[in-house]
Design a protein around this ligand. Structure first.
Ligand SMILES: *[C@@H]1O[C@H](CO)[C@@H](O)[C@H](O)[C@H]1NC(C)=O
Ligand SMILES: *[C@@H]1O[C@H](CO)[C@@H](O)[C@H](O)[C@H]1NC(C)=O
Ligand SMILES: *[C@@H]1O[C@H](CO)[C@@H](O)[C@H](O)[C@H]1NC(C)=O
Ligand SMILES: *[C@@H]1O[C@H](CO)[C@@H](O)[C@H](O)[C@H]1NC(C)=O
Ligand SMILES: *[C@@H]1O[C@H](CO)[C@@H](O)[C@H](O)[C@H]1NC(C)=O
Ligand SMILES: *[C@@H]1O[C@H](CO)[C@@H](O)[C@H](O)[C@H]1NC(C)=O
Ligand SMILES: *[C@@H]1O[C@H](CO)[C@@H](O)[C@H](O)[C@H]1NC(C)=O
Ligand SMILES: *[C@@H]1O[C@H](CO)[C@@H](O)[C@H](O)[C@H]1NC(C)=O
Ligand SMILES: *[C@@H]1O[C@H](CO)[C@@H](O)[C@H](O)[C@H]1NC(C)=O
Length: 471
């Protein structure tokens, strides 16, 4: 319910503290990234995040340390709009308190209607109110001054927004002519005072390089699916030619999703739309952005959307009940690329109901104590899952940290039966991966045997033999 920055050198920097109920608590640095920090800075009217130093940079808090993990994209208006999870989060102490250093208030210039704080329509504040900027000859020199002033990098595009995106209010600045390197828009030549300039009617817009972003589309949850990049004002995809683990790793790290488990090709997670922005991407894996990797260059490609690239990152999570029927079985969660069981130690009675609802299996359920769905053979990911009525999904329940050896023995594994039956809407193709068995004609394969561990091999196999040499 509350958010504050404590013990910083300015009002726009400090240790992050969040109020839950009546209690203030700090946030663990391992659960917090620059996108989360950006949302907080914006929300506190402090510009954008310059850095998010951990390790109690602004001193240690004294009350709780929250285990919540925020999954912000960076463009949400408020932290309360970001998805939050708690399940499996690592334990933290006040040594790990995170902080943010925000850029500070940018009181004289802002951009509206964009995907970030670094794109679209320009407004200026000269007298404490936001006014429009109009210019029929708006160019890249002018746009560059705006981008630089907002610390948004360099201009990718200078334009006049279409009618639907134009402003309504009073005009602050008309006909701006920047030469090259002015530090503020107000230092550029202008015609504000000349009434005969009143005919100039077009708002101005910019797309700065700081608006570039990555997202994963075509699915629920974060940390897996088809890759899309926001560049020069529009979303587009990446082609799968030479797409591999180091490339995916850059994306997983960039999105705070851990490391890459697999690089998916041939629009495995569904086709994206728009431009195809990058092709022949060749990251070494340590780049901080996908566009920092060698490639053919923006929109240089020989692809179609059926070749869209995707990723599966280690922080991607999923859940299922394992048995012959849909709505009963051994509870398993997917994490770090592997399905594993959940131990039932101290599990509350509301937990099965939460799981059943999440799986579209009705409103109630119970823990089965006779273990009729058999023992799991792999990891046991979680223990001491502490759900209560307030938790809308299993992911929001606190628990011990992720650990592939959580249970002491198989009698601790959780078996659940739900009150309802599956409705047909919840099928998720991502882990139903088939093993390549037989080649009929070039480019055509028969698959058998549903497996969960064969994806990467099968995909790269297919990629090498068929996509690269279609003949
Ligand atoms: C405030 O931050 C400084 C470091 O910037 C630290 O040395 C000091 O202990 C902190 N004080 C409190 C009360 O957290
Ligand atoms: C918390 O900080 C300590 C000391 O720096 C470190 O050893 C530990 O790994 C950190 N824990 C997490 C979860 O990052
Ligand atoms: C951005 O797109 C515009 C056309 O909308 C184009 O003129 C410009 O060259 C592009 N800029 C970059 C940096 O790709
Ligand atoms: C801007 O460019 C002019 C001429 O190129 C130069 O004299 C001036 O020092 C530059 N100003 C800044 C702030 O870089
Ligand atoms: C307009 O440009 C003049 C210099 O030509 C400058 O003194 C003035 O501050 C500018 N006005 C605004 C509102 O930017
Ligand atoms: C994937 O997502 C994009 C953007 O949200 C959408 O345009 C496209 O239709 C989706 N494709 C599939 C196969 O769902
Ligand atoms: C990728 O880069 C490596 C070295 O940086 C180079 O050896 C390799 O040929 C490149 N691959 C492609 C497909 O460009
Ligand atoms: C990444 O690592 C390679 C060596 O593997 C090195 O040449 C390159 O400079 C590094 N790039 C960055 C951005 O750190
Ligand atoms: C996740 O898998 C990687 C190897 O792919 C391993 O190094 C790491 O320890 C695993 N993490 C957990 C929590 O099991």
């Amino acid at each position: 319910t509350g958010f504050r920055l404590v013990n910083g050198s300015t009002v726009c920097s400090g240790r992050v503290e969040i109020k839950v109920g009546d209690a203030w608590g700090t946030v663990c640095d391992s659960h917090w990234d620059l996108s989360d920090a950006n949302v907080l800075c914006h929300q506190l009217n402090c510009g954008f995040a310059e850095s998010a130093p951990g390790g109690a940079y602004f001193g240690k808090g004294t009350d709780s340390v929250w285990t919540d993990t925020y999954h912000c994209k960076g463009t949400e208006p408020h932290l309360a709009h970001c998805p939050v999870t708690a399940l499996g989060a690592s334990q933290c102490s006040h040594d790990n308190d995170t902080s943010v250093i925000c850029s500070g208030r940018s009181e004289s210039l802002r951009l509206l209607n964009g995907e970030s704080q670094c794109d679209r329509r320009v407004e200026i504040s000269l007298r404490g109110v936001w006014d429009r900027v109009l210019d029929d000859e708006w160019d890249m020199n002018d746009a560059n001054v705006v981008c630089r002033q907002l610390q948004c990098g360099v201009a990718e595009k200078a334009y006049n927004p279409p009618k639907s995106e134009q402003g309504m209010g009073p005009v602050g600045l008309r006909r701006v002519q920047c030469v090259r390197n002015e530090t503020h828009l107000t230092l550029c030549d202008n015609s504000t005072s000349e009434t005969f300039q009143a005919g100039i009617a077009a708002d101005v817009g910019v797309i700065c390089s700081g608006s570039r972003q990555i997202r994963l589309v075509n699915g629920t949850g974060h940390c897996a699916r088809t890759v899309e990049i926001y560049y020069n004002g529009s979303w587009g995809t990446v082609c799968d030619d030479f797409w591999d683990l180091p490339d995916s790793n850059v994306i997983c790290k960039q999105l705070g999703c851990g490391h890459a488990i697999s690089a998916t090709v041939s629009a495995h997670h569904g086709e994206g739309s728009g431009q195809i922005w990058l092709d022949d991407v060749n990251c070494s894996g340590n780049e901080s952005d996908l566009w920092g990797c060698p490639s053919r260059g923006w929109s240089q490609h020989n692809c179609r959307h059926k070749e869209d690239a995707g990723v599966l990152c280690s922080e991607f999570t999923d859940l299922r009940l394992v048995s012959d029927s849909d709505c009963a079985g051994r509870l398993e969660v997917f994490y770090n690329g592997t399905w594993g069981s959940v131990c039932s130690n101290q599990m509350s009675g509301v937990t099965p109901a939460i799981v059943c609802k999440q799986l579209n299996c009705g409103d109630g359920g119970q823990i089965e104590r006779d273990f009729e769905y058999g023992a799991g053979s792999g990891s046991t990911w979680l223990d001491h899952v502490a759900c209560s009525e307030q938790h809308g999904s299993l992911w929001k329940c606190p628990s011990d940290p992720w650990d592939p050896k959580s249970c002491d023995n198989q009698a601790e594994e959780t078996h659940i039966s739900c009150a309802g039956k599956k409705s047909k809407t919840n099928s998720d193709p991502i882990y139903r991966v088939s093993k390549l068995s037989k080649l009929h004609r070039p480019g055509e394969v028969t698959c058998h045997e549903r497996r969960t561990d064969a994806r990467a091999e099968w995909r790269s196999d297919k990629e090498d033999r068929f996509s690269k040499n279609p003949s």
